[in-house]
Design a protein around this ligand. Sequence first.
Ligand SMILES: Nc1ncnc2c1ncn2[C@@H]1O[C@H](COP(=O)(O)OP(=O)(O)OP(=O)(O)O)[C@@H](O)[C@H]1O
Ligand SMILES: [Mg+2]
Length: 338
Amino acid sequence: MITPQMDALLRNISGKRVMIVGDVMLDHYTFGTVSRISPEAPVPVVEVIDEQYLLGGAGNVARNIVALGGRATMIGLIGNDHDGDILSGLLTQSAVDTALVHDDRRRTTRKTRIIAQNQQIVRVDREHTAPLAEPIVGALLEIISDQAQQHDIIIVSDYGKGLVCQTIMNALRALKGKNGVRPRILVDPKPQNYDLYHGVDILTPNTKEAGEGAGIPCLWPDGPARVGRALFDRLRCRDLLITLGAQGMALFEGRNAASHIPTFARKVFDVTGAGDTVIATLALAMAAGATLLDAAVLANHAAGIVVAQVGAATPTPEGLRAALTNSAQPEITALPGL
Ligand SMILES: Nc1ncnc2c1ncn2[C@@H]1O[C@H](COP(=O)(O)OP(=O)(O)OP(=O)(O)O)[C@@H](O)[C@H]1O
Ligand SMILES: [Mg+2]
């Protein structure tokens, strides 16, 4: 059943803007067949039949926002290389507004998966993760401050490639947006960078990332409450959403009030990209003025749609409306152990 409130929210997300600051990547898939072992080394020889390029990392978050009917402004870094051209072409094709900085000294991040007979054989990464040069940080800061007036919501999508650093995070925290109000900052964290996220509005770690940040395992049922409190003590963030895979989500509205939002049982085909869908939907719902709880419930449904499809699927407003209409209200309870 869909409540009037959720129905209105689904209409309101259309056209809302979200700024994404983070690590854009090119996902490259090479499909082939194997029929022999190489005479050169004991490895299979893959005969390539097809290849495909897709948006990865923060680019996939942007793609999710557009698929939901929102507008995404992608601020990121690419190299002066062919992969950079492919990546910015894919963003444009996906109707993402881009403000990309070109860095001569880095290469565009690319992850190549070589797949044969439906099985991944190897992944080949090309990336530079060294700290950014000062002029590159300066160029990013200029773009961010130019865009601040147009955005109430910022997603930081950190895949640890170097863009998300102290200077950029300080600048985001100091921004003055519309009416002098700071845009809200949502972070999909990389555990090694937790200390950068002090004082943000909300983080969306999965159980592994949350546990690593807290230094305690995030095991259901009592782990999330303890982990959540430890993250608040470490980061002084405003709110926190821990995604719990098949267990759903733990939403903390402040340190001492947390709810558990369960998932509905469904056949799961591919969990890749579910975290990107969660933060994209959450941000867009917040841009549309939703309460945090409604935004999280919507994000939980959106992720549920995506994990039931093969590949890095994206949710649509129609798909979300159908999912809400066809499911019961989720049984939201207090988080165990809090
Ligand atoms: N088995 C499942 N059944 C139903 N929903 C699921 C399942 N696994 C994940 N989800 C949905 O996806 C959300 C995010 O999942 P998860 O915690 O695995 O994120 P993640 O590890 O960040 O994903 P990613 O692989 O994209 O990084 C969950 O909160 C839930 O809504
Ligand atoms: Mg994730």
